[in-house]
Design a protein around this ligand. Structure first.
Ligand SMILES: Nc1ncnc2c1ncn2[C@@H]1O[C@H](COP(=O)(O)OP(=O)(O)OP(=O)(O)O)[C@@H](O)[C@H]1O
Ligand SMILES: [Mg+2]
Length: 500
């Protein structure tokens, strides 16, 4: 049995399998590319094309191309509506990309893949994780585990080989940004704080550059191309921006040439100019990084090493600001692109060990890894309660940084005398925060409570987090013993509104 590790990136998919020694081995796609662009093209004849070919097809019909799927996970935002009216959400796009990855791995290895490790952003919500599991299930793969991307990147960079070290992992991808602080003590690998921003990624840098190039195009040519009327121009510009970013990560200046309606913009962009365009976005990631260091109760001087991963961390402005913040150079041993997928292989082996199952390569059973990883919860979760001032607030049950897996019970009183039913609304947000400002994860009901005039301590709510940080909530009426387990009925619409 073979269990690949897939780093399902907003921009690129990276796939690994374990070699006979259990070490990660990158699997190139059938075009020989090490990474597959996370792009899906819906051809007019019904064919669904993935990767570089999808991007190429998108130059002809941009409206049939879907990219940037990841931030829409957990929402009901439609990413594409097919000619037959079928609506594709982020989860469906992920399923298509995963199917392509599965087909590639099977073609390359000659083995069937029915179990997989998928890395996810550390700040993914419960629903986003659940949808990742569902998308894999839809294409015939059972998810063994969903390691957090910065944790996987730390494992992939073999940080566990450092016996006593505190490292900061900065992961700026195409769509999301994660930071984690990892402490190694002997063979124990502790994630002591995690944070970031699910809404910062390389695409925001691209949007900013696109804005600047459009301004320039307009000042030279007297008109501004619009996405509605010049879709192909925009598709070409996005490719040129990708090339520009990569060139400017290596050299001090680069050329951009854009054509629209017989007019052109030819421009030399210097690294200084580029940095001035995007500095505020890079600075935002630095503020978030500082916040995570504070959350870890560490002084900057206590960070021994920096690992900067994700394609976005290749930008010199990011390197400069990060090294300035930590007063250290980024580790030379750092692998920025493949580390998360590499680490997913070890996460899979650890999960098998945790379940008491064997990890086999062909007929060979690999020895259990000796590393011990302690993951933490990235968000505080609680339930909606009404406080003394009659305001609806979040009452924390599991705080951010709680070790995963975990179980915690709290007792709440009913709101009214003789109340016979209660709705338990599960929120993601800090303790005491206005419920309206929290993310609603879902709700469930406990009905048929025997009416009693007293309201004191009756409802016991238990949250348990499994090894992937997925939540199960249970409520029990202490008076009658009646209990309900939550099958999260995710409030997707509420979630989308919350995120807005
Ligand atoms: N050399 C480089 N210089 C600057 N930016 C780069 C470079 N290489 C890649 N990128 C940018 O990095 C991003 C892709 O990185 P990566 O593959 O780590 O993201 P991802 O894993 O797909 O996204 P996410 O982690 O958000 O899901 C893109 O925005 C790309 O433009
Ligand atoms: Mg990534």
């Amino acid at each position: 049995m073979m269990i690949p590790s897939i780093d399902a990136g907003n921009s690129r998919f990276k796939c690994d399998v374990a070699d006979v020694a259990g070490n990660p081995k990158l699997i190139t796609n059938r075009f020989g590319e090490p990474f597959t662009p996370s792009a899906v093209f819906f051809a007019p004849d019904g064919e669904i094309i993935v990767g570089t070919e999808a991007i190429n097809a998108g130059f002809v019909e941009p409206s049939r191309l879907v990219v940037n799927w990841k931030r829409a996970m957990g929402t009901d935002e439609p990413l594409y509506t097919a000619d037959d009216g079928t609506v594709y959400h982020a989860m469906d796009i992920l399923a298509i990309l995963l199917k392509d990855a599965k087909d590639n791995i099977e073609a390359k290895t000659g083995q069937v893949v029915n179990e997989v490790v998928i890395t996810v952003p550390a700040n993914y919500t419960d629903l986003q994780k659940q949808q990742t599991i569902d998308a894999a299930q839809k294409v015939g793969m059972k998810v063994l585990t969903l390691p957090h991307e910065p944790t996987a990147a730390a494992l992939g960079n073999e940080l566990y080989k450092q016996s006593n070290s505190t490292a900061l992992v900065y992961d700026l991808g195409g769509g999301t940004f994660d930071v984690s602080i990892v402490q190694t003590k002997g063979n124990v690998f502790d994630i002591i704080a995690t944070g970031g921003d699910p809404n910062i990624g390389g695409r925001d840098f691209n949007d900013r550059i696109s804005e600047k190039l459009l301004e320039e195009f307009e000042s030279v040519n007297g008109f501004r191309p619009s996405e509605d009327n010049h879709a192909i121009f925009f598709q070409e510009m996005s490719q040129k921006i990708e090339q520009l970013k990569i060139s400017l990560s290596v050299q001090a200046q680069s050329q951009v040439v854009l054509f629209c309606q017989g007019k052109q913009l030819q421009m030399t962009v210097t690294r200084e100019q580029f940095n001035s365009w995007v500095r505020d976005i890079a600075e935002k990631t630095i503020q978030k990084t500082r916040q995570v260091i504070e959350d870890a109760n560490l002084d900057i001087s206590q960070i021994d090493e920096i690992y900067a991963v994700g394609g976005g961390s290749m930008m010199p402005i990011v390197v400069e600001l990060l090294e300035e913040l930590i007063c250290k150079k980024i580790s030379k041993r750092c692998e920025p692109h493949s580390a998360a997928a590499f680490g997913g292989i070890l996460s899979g082996r650890l999960e098998k060990q945790h379940r008491g199952e064997k990890y086999t390569i062909g007929n060979v059973v690999l020895p259990a890894p000796t590393t011990i990883v302690h993951e933490i919860l990235s968000h505080t979760i609680g339930v909606l309660t009404v406080n003394e001032d009659n305001n609806e607030v979040c009452s924390e049950i599991l705080s951010k940084k709680t070790p995963v897996p975990s179980i915690q019970t709290k007792v709440f009183q009913l709101g009214q005398p003789n109340q016979t039913e209660v709705i338990i609304k599960v929120l993601e947000g800090e303790d005491g925060k206005d419920a309206g400002d929290c993310l609603t994860l879902g709700h469930f009901e406990l009905n048929g409570l025997p009416p009693r005039p007293d309201m004191i301590g009756r409802i016991e709510v238990t949250f348990s987090l499994d090894n992937n940080g997925l939540l199960t909530a249970k409520a029990r009426d202490i008076a009658s013993g009646k209990e309900e387990q939550m099958q999260i009925d995710y409030d997707i619409k509420a979630k989308q509104a919350d995120a807005a």
